[in-house]
Ligand binder design. Sequence first.
Ligand code: TRP
Length: 454
Amino acid sequence: MQDRGSWSSRFGFVMAAVGSAVGLGNIWRFPYYTGTHGGAAFVFVYLLAVIILGIPLLITEIAVGRASNKNPVGAFKTLAPNSRWYLVGILGVVTGIVILSYYSVIAGWVFGYIFITLSNKFSGADEQIISYIFQTVSGSPIIPLILLLIIIGFTTYIVSKGIQSGIERYTKVLMPVLFFLLIILAIRSLTLPNAIRGIEFYLSPDLSKIDAKVIAAALGQAFFSLSLGMGAILTYGSYLAKRENIFGCSAWIAFSDTLVAIVAGFVIFPAVFSVEGLSPADGPALIFKVLPIVISKMPGGLIFGTALFVLLTIAAVTSTISLLEVGTSFLIDEYNIERKRAAYILGGISFILGIFSALSCGAVGFLSKLPFLGIDFLSLMDVIFGNISLIFGSLCIALFAGYKWKVDNIIAEIESENVNFKFRMLYKVLIKYIVPLLILLVFVNFIVETFLKL
Ligand code: TRP
């Protein structure tokens, strides 16, 4: 058996988990979801979702991972032998590879935008030129593939290096840099003309805008952003020492991830409202089409823009690492495949799968508008694996904790080595009743709406 590896410190674990959580989800998806779901009202529901569902689920995933010392499949096999719960782990491994495949496509565009910004292409560019640049980067048959290869290649390299000398070593440096850059960007954005209108949109909630759709979106976004529902946090938890406080770590992860998302909003919304005629509801293109317009019109745009895309690339890669680590640990634990080999096999599969997403944003007509569905391949993958599968996976993990492995075992795991868990009762009620019930409601609603839309 190979040594599975472990984190060298609590700080190392929290930074790696925060690295997983903080990603395109915070800086690209959160502002665009906020923009398309009514602004501050969405933010309000999102915050509730993080506290009520996010923190209990983080605790649960970490405890299950640490108690079993395994990847998601091995964890369920160890804690519930002779049952089919391991299928939840399999779903997690598959989900990780698929999310990695399309997430890396977007990460690739972001990486490409560093060089476009640096070469001063945005200065003085109008909307048409900016649209044209976006179409070239996302819609050419070659550029997205090269960018995809770079992102997946780099991710695979880091994962192949292992826990301490790979993942931990990089995230420990990259995450603090990211925080620092983000604060600078927010200050810059908040001092743009009309910034106050963006802040109003972002912070004064119109509670009448909260409906089933907003709640479902907020929940799905919370799971995606906290990396929940597919065993990524579970896997990272399996490398955590028994003396560490799981509740404390979970609170830190949730707090940091939410802080980055909120601050990202302070970067994006004031910037959007500072240019006449731009809309926060522009959807997934918000960053790629709207921000360059802002960059082109503001003083210091070259530096602001370059820093922004460097920041996004860093955030994305610390997340892709966690997506790949889940399947890699699965191959290592269950099939005793050497880490390096495991990482390269899965990185390769993910790249091949990613080709379809990379070519689905204009390059290949058939993939860009799938027959019957009418959406592109990348969006289809995001709906199935980045939403439905995560919500379903989270439901399964909550049910597993509440009714199969039992809450008392989780609490015993949290309290190993004399750690005191103050919120024991609250956790029990949440994970057994509130969390599954809320997810179930949202899940049914989400499925119904998705199929009504198709
Ligand atoms: N949380 C990351 C983000 O916000 C994406 C991510 C990484 C993820 N690992 C995950 C999402 C596992 C779901 C599951 O960008």
